[in-house]
Design a protein around this ligand. Structure first.
Ligand code: SF4
Ligand code: SF4
Length: 96
């Protein structure tokens, strides 16, 4: 499930530099996430970094885009062909 930014966004910009995939950009009227670049932070962090820093917690799973961890890891591999993720990659699916 790619993450999406809701209309509650206050355009503070805090999320943009935190994304490991450069998926977040200013938009009109609010910031947007490119779904083809969002891995829900799978491969890099055990929680969505945009939501972790967002002061209004408006970076939420997009129910229109359900995706498995395997699909998201494939996306991370495509976006970062130089990266080696191994078996113990960080993932919100594995967070306890
Ligand atoms: Fe970027 Fe992670 Fe937010 Fe997706 S969930 S937009 S990968 S910071
Ligand atoms: Fe909008 Fe939250 Fe990103 Fe700030 S951190 S720009 S409020 S989505």
């Amino acid at each position: 499930m790619a993450t999406r930014i809701t209309e509650a966004c206050i355009n503070c910009g805090a999320c943009e530099p935190e994304c490991p995939n450069e998926a977040i950009h200013p938009g009109d009227p609010v910031y947007v996430i490119e779904p083809d670049r969002c891995t829900e932070c799978v491969g890099f962090h055990d929680e969505e970094q945009c939501q972790a820093v967002c002061p209004v917690a408006c970076c939420l799973p997009d129910p229109e885009r359900p995706e498995t961890e395997a699909e998201l890891l494939r996306r991370a591999t495509r976006l970062h062909p130089e990266a080696v993720f191994g078996d113990a990659f960080p993932s919100r699916f594995r967070r306890r």
